[in-house]
Design a protein around this ligand. Structure first.
Ligand SMILES: Nc1nc2c(c(=O)[nH]1)N[C@H]1C(S)=C(S)[C@@H](COP(=O)(O)O)O[C@H]1N2
Ligand SMILES: [Mo]
Length: 233
């Protein structure tokens, strides 16, 4: 993907660093086994399946893409690698898990309890990756080890880190946004190009409010990571 450093999407500002980031209650939660990919594919499916090797029968793929947090910061030109979600879906999920034809909503769950929901059709885009590597190195615990979603056309909050489950559902009944955060923070699609930051409130308002929270969230997530690493020695 071509860099958009000079023409970021509306309402975004470039950052030089790539901070560990998210909603406050997830700052102190870390994966127990960051070196080992292990997640379940389940939901309205014929046969749930536990995956322990990402690229079994699926070609690896590397891409450069920009990353856009809904709070208005962006990082340009990140080099991710892993497998394309579409390839994984076609080569593994369809034949071995057999989601119902009308199970076209996909929920990603992180080991920290974070989750997001996306339409399957959005996930089948060429630039959506299940990534296990960033800048040529295995993902760190800061950026989603052992495995994260990279969906560059969607705001960061759809890009779930520390994936432990991918669920195909017919409806949203089994999905709740990250309590206690209000659901207006969770747009059903969250596309950056359409500034789908949330629901109820206009994008400019969310952008303005959220941007005030960036410094304290960056600081909080960095402090939690430092403490976690100190504990692990
Ligand atoms: N598991 C998990 N995934 C998550 C989050 C989180 O707190 N936990 N935060 C989301 C948000 S709001 C953003 S902007 C990105 C931040 O990714 P980074 O920490 O690699 O910068 O992760 C997203 N995915
Ligand atoms: Mo975000």
């Amino acid at each position: 993907m071509v860099s958009r450093a000079n023409m970021l999407p509306r309402g975004q500002k470039e950052r030089a660093d790539f901070p560990r980031f998210g909603l406050g209650r997830f700052a102190n939660r870390f994966p127990a086994n960051p070196a080992r990919v292990r997640f379940e594919v389940r939901g309205d499916v014929g046969q749930p399946l536990t995956i322990t090797a990402l690229d079994e029968g699926v070609a690896r793929h590397e891409q450069m893409s920009d990353f856009h947090c809904v709070t208005s910061w962006s990082v340009c030109n990140l080099r991710w690698s892993g497998v394309r979600f579409a390839d994984f879906h076609k080569a593994v999920v369809v034949p071995r898990v057999a989601p119902a034809d009308d199970a076209r909503l996909v929920v990603f769950r992180g080991e920290d309890g974070y989750r997001s929901i996306m339409p399957l059709d959005d996930l089948l885009a060429d630039d959506v990756l299940l990534a296990d590597s960033l800048e040529g190195r295995p993902l760190g615990i800061d950026h989603g080890a052992p495995l994260r979603l990279v969906a560059p056309a969607h705001y960061g909050y759809k890009n779930v880190k520390h994936i432990v489950a991918i669920e195909y559902w017919r409806d949203r009944r089994n999905y709740h946004f990250a309590w206690p955060y209000p659901s207006f923070m969770d747009h059903p699609r969250g596309r950056v190009a359409f500034e789908e930051r949330g629901t109820i409130f206009p994008a400019w308002m969310l952008r303005g409010l959220y941007s005030l929270l960036i410094p304290s969230a960056v600081w909080r997530f960095a402090r939690a990571l430092r403490r976690h690493e100190a504990k692990r020695g």
